[in-house]
Design a protein around this ligand. Sequence first.
Ligand code: ADP
Ligand code: MG
Length: 255
Amino acid sequence: MSADTGDAQAASGGPIVEITGLHKAFGMLEVLKGIDMRVERGEVVCIIGPSGSGKSTLLRCVNVLEEPNAGSVVVNGYELTDPDVDIDRARRSIGMVFQGFNLFGHLSVLDNLTVAQRKVLKRDATEAERIARENLDKVGLAEKAGSMPEQLSGGQQQRVAIARALSMQPAVMLFDEPTSALDPELVGDVLGVMRQLADEGMTMLVVTHEMQFAREVADKVLFMDGGVIVESGPPSKVIADPAEERTKTFLSRVL
Ligand code: ADP
Ligand code: MG
């Protein structure tokens, strides 16, 4: 039996995420004012920028949690803004890890990793468990399969959340400040797992305040402010040698 990875359209090549002219407003508040960006297969793109600049809203438009007012968002070949798109299939291309850990508190770690595989991808229990254990091993938590989320540290819970997303075998992983809610001593383990994923060639779009991570891991950094991408390029440019005044001001506050 071949498992459905939701990856069917990716074979066509081209970028995994392509956003063109994206606008999003909440009532009178214009939050995204024309975003153009792409993430190529295997690329790690980090989004940095001040609080309120629209970073989470941008990720939420990619993950179909928000509906754009204008523009197009294409993920893994699925045009999310096309009314005829199969949105459930499109969603399977996307793994998301949020700031909060969002595990199902009443399910064991293993069940957290198998439930969507079984319900959404219709994998049988044995196959789902095999894939779950493989991914728990990858994030260094093989021995925690039988634990309940509350028995784990925040950093371990976040690694479980990453393993859960990976178990769906998405074409792209989205991270929204995955380490912001963690005690400082736990941040390194989570960033380590993300770094390993990047090394393995996972396509990743990461909102982060971890400049060291962005500098070392990102292929491309986007600096967002006020609902636009102010500056983008390799970290050696955007973080180490920014051209724009707004980028310099932001970096002087966070570095
Ligand atoms: P960031 O992640 O960069 O901090 P957000 O995308 O969360 O920024 O928010 C950008 C702006 O949009 C903020 O002013 C925020 O208050 C507003 N906003 C976000 N979500 C909503 C919503 N569902 N309804 C109204 N305003 C929102
Ligand atoms: Mg945010």
